[in-house]
Write a protein that binds this ligand. Structure first.
Ligand code: SAM
Length: 460
């Protein structure tokens, strides 16, 4: 659960402002937590004063360092917690930063007032200065609420499932397409015919075309980024099977290009925090690695050169996988009928049966609605899920229930979910796992050829 603490002189403004709608509901259901802290409660002044005149003169008052520092310390107790000072002088807030902040488990937002806050305490506690636009507000509360709203809706479970967030403006460097609701005709204006056709494929095509056209007209800067990704995806599609994880990440709007050298590339998949590398020479590998963001904990690497380079940098080879692709459009038959989406209550079960899934990752996937369970007479007997990078995995069936097609049904179920959302399903199978390889054959998936390697550092 993401925790938002807000250091403010007006806690009631934060409480009331975020008590309605989707965010209010998420707070009431304990999906996120909101903790407005009154800076005034920490002043040592007996009249509750927290501000004073600026040294050197000038208009207005400044919030003093001591109450801010003590209020901050009361929250952190000395722990390092990412602390955002909302200020017109900060990094412009955008969807990318919202995603970055949504990955934190805990955030502190510091709201200024009057002319701002004594610089010395900002130097001590602030990790990020963030602005919500080039204009001056009277206080930081509205800015903090804007940030909390945008970040919280990306936190797993807040929107119910992650598809609503994935289709909106900025998701894929594209603005959203136009939308219409009843009545069909309003003031002689009709809803575009294709939307009434019931043909989902045509609707998807039309929406994408509208998004592209709109982005080109309204936001040429975003459009340029979108084109770059499309072009790289096209180059990588020359070796489609081996590059499926890279192209899916780019085309589904999750991956950012860190570096592209012909058909070699480093792509950072921000939803999973994984950096994917494909290098055909040691020189390319070294250049790609230089472009990766600081602190990446997990790499998915293709090519021995880059694996060696990562090992030299202290990363361990966790597992080697073969990629398998499902290239048909037809959904697969699901013979076992009792398959349902699992919720957070299944976390302990999943982590105990599939130890490679950490508590944190398991919770995130469950809250994203991406893990499905197979039941037999109301008993959970197996599960499978869709990973953050878009592959199917986490397949497990209780020993007593193996050999009855439950695993095949679970994998088929996940593949069908991916097909519905327009993705090319792919599966990572541990190299040499005969039973898993056999299952892929049976379901009609093709092996990519090359292997990919997961690398990570212990403790991350
Ligand atoms: N004197 C400050 C300056 O020029 O940078 C502006 C102070 S402003 C009147 C008071 C507080 O409102 C700031 O400390 C900040 O917390 C908040 N604030 C004002 N405009 C903001 C913006 N565009 N983005 C984020 N916070 C803002």
């Amino acid at each position: 659960m993401t925790k938002f603490h807000v250091l403010t002189l007006f806690p009631e403004m934060i409480e009331q402002g975020l008590s309605c709608g989707v965010i209010g509901r998420a707070v009431r259901h304990h999906i996120i937590s909101l903790n407005p802290v009154n800076i005034r409660d920490y002043t040592l002044e007996k009249h509750g004063k927290v501000d004073d005149y600026p040294y050197g003169g000038g208009a207005g008052m400044l919030i003093q360092a001591q109450p801010v520092y003590d209020a901050h310390k009361a929250i952190t107790g000395g722990r390092r917690v990412r602390t955002v000072y909302v200020t017109p002088q900060g990094r412009p807030f955008d969807q990318k930063l919202a995603r970055e902040l949504a990955a934190e488990e805990e955030l502190i937002l510091l709201c200024g007032h009057y002319e701002g806050i004594d610089e010395r305490v900002l130097e001590e506690i602030v990790t990020d200065d963030v602005s919500i636009g080039d204009y001056i507000l009277t206080g930081g509360e509205l800015a903090a609420m804007v940030i909390i709203d945008a970040v919280a809706r990306l936190c797993p479970g807040v929107l119910g499932n992650d598809s609503s967030a994935s289709e909106e403006s900025f998701h894929n460097d594209l603005l959203e397409y136009p939308q219409y609701t009843r009545p069909e005709v309003w003031q002689d204006k009709s809803v575009p015919e294709v939307l009434l056709s019931g043909n989902h494929a045509e609707v998807t095509k039309w929406r994408l075309a509208q998004s592209i056209e709109r982005t080109g007209k309204r936001r040429p800067d975003l459009y340029e980024k979108y084109l770059q990704k499309q072009q790289l995806a096209e180059r990588l599609a020359g070796d489609k099977r081996n590059n499926i994880h890279l192209t899916e990440s780019l085309l589904r709007g999750r991956g950012e290009i860190m570096c592209a050298l012909g058909e070699d590339a480093a792509i950072y998949d921000r939803s999973s925090g994984v950096c994917m590398l494909r290098a055909s020479s040691p020189e390319a590998g070294a250049r790609l690695l230089e472009s990766c963001p600081e602190g990446v904990g997990r790499y998915l690497a293709e090519g021995e050169h880059v694996v060696t380079l990562l090992q030299e940098r202290g990363f361990d080879r966790i597992c080697e996988y073969s990629q398998y692709l499902y290239t048909q459009r037809e959904p697969l038959p699901v013979r076992h009928k009792e398959i349902r989406r699992l919720g957070e209550e299944s976390l302990a079960y999943i982590c105990s049966r599939y130890p490679a899934v950490s508590q944190k990752y398991g919770r995130e996937r469950l809250l994203a609605g991406a893990v499905y369970g197979a039941f037999r007479e109301r008993q959970l007997v197996g599960f499978a899920g869709i990973h953050g990078i878009g592959s199917v995995g986490m397949l497990f069936v209780e020993e007593a229930f193996r050999g009855r097609g439950i695993g095949a049904s679970l994998e088929s179920f996940c593949i069908n979910r991916l097909l519905e959302s327009g993705c090319v399903p792919f599966v990572h199978v541990p190299s040499g796992h005969k039973a898993a390889e056999h299952l892929q054959d049976k379901l009609g998936l093709y092996p990519a050829g090359n292997h990919v390697h997961w690398l990570g550092k212990e403790g991350r």
